[in-house]
Design a protein around this ligand. Sequence first.
Ligand code: ARG
Length: 460
Amino acid sequence: MPKKQWGGRFQKEHDRLALLYSQSISFDWRLYPYDIAGSIAHARMLAECGIIKKTEANKIAKALREIGKKIADGAFTFEVDLEDIHTNIEAALMKKVGADIGGKLHTGRSRNDQVALDMRMYIRDEALTIVQLLHEFQKALIRLAEEDSEVIMPGFTHMQHAQPVLFAHHMLAYYEMLCRDEDRFIECFHSANVMPLGSAALAGTSFPIDRKMLAKELGFDSISQNSMDAVSDRDYLIEFLSACSILMMHISRLSEELVVWSTPEFGFVELDDSFTTGSSIMPQKKNPDIAELARGKTARVYGNLMTLLGLMKGLPLAYNSDMQEDKPCVFDSIDIVKSTLRVFARMMGSVTVYSDRMEEMCRTGFLNATDLADYLVKKGMPFRQAHEVVGKLVTHCLDQVLALEDVPLEKLRQFSPLFDDDVCDALRLDNIVNSRRLTGGTARSSVLHQIRRAKKDLGI
Ligand code: ARG
């Protein structure tokens, strides 16, 4: 069994089950590039401050780089007995350069500030990767909106037919949500971008180290201002999981729409064969699994956020081992978010939009009722009264199984003398859509403006 770094005061071997229970190497190995970069910077800084020799720092840095390459090549064997990524790498370093030199690396440092550093560097990278993937997903939505920019569909409130909207307008609503998600992930980058090394176990270190040099070397904007806070702060991870949860919530709403829209009852869209699955018993089935799974995985990401909030709420300062449990929920959420964004960018690019069906459904549910009331208002009737008149007309149409546009003018006049020939135009769906020309409206001109703005922002 390899020797434990902390083994000095112990007279007995670590219990096997206790060791397996406490190890984190099975999941924290993915922090290795950051652990290595952090250790190289730490060694250089120790040399610069005269705490170790320059030759020693060079040997340490060279060995660490080799270890990093070996891990990247899949040729490194992680040892569970060595608990975590930090100790695994340090043990490998000792083997390479000898304990006399390798043993100096941990001067003025603790695993507590080391893990805080690694996680902050990891989150910075992942936040930026997620922003890139968000852009790809947004591009797919914009392309879909552009391809079908003329298609009118029923807009819903309470899942009831409400008013006609452009399908493109509906897709662009998701684009907006994703813009806010992007802002949140950029915020997460900044929250993580504070350098904790030098906090050591909890109290700071008495070695004359240069924290600013470390920050500069590792690309951090600032250094932490309180060592106890720095080793036990997981706020930035909670913020990150909140951003993941909100993003997944958006994707889950879209998923729900895709599931519903691809039923025969709706028939608004069809998902490509390559993003659906069949049934083992019902030969006719084509199931929207990806959308369903995204909806399901959203629950997992929410759960991860709750885990972390629950994990932190009772912890006294400073570091506690409970905090090791932050990693599985963060890693799991990152994997879900990245894979969901990747698959959705592709899936949305292959959606078939059934415009005829959408337009057919626009003819039911009195989507033009609001505009009929607005018509009367423009002729001088107070809105509340106009609402009442059109409400009565709707009841009449329901009795007669008619659409509003099918009611002859003479009949309309029985409900209000203000109705005139121009009412036909007021009832036409394309006019209704295109009259909403204000910023944020569903008119074609406004939607084209939204698309132009989005394309400019995305550089396409
Ligand atoms: N594997 C640990 C974690 O993930 C690293 C810090 C361990 N520190 C300690 N004092 N046991 O949090």
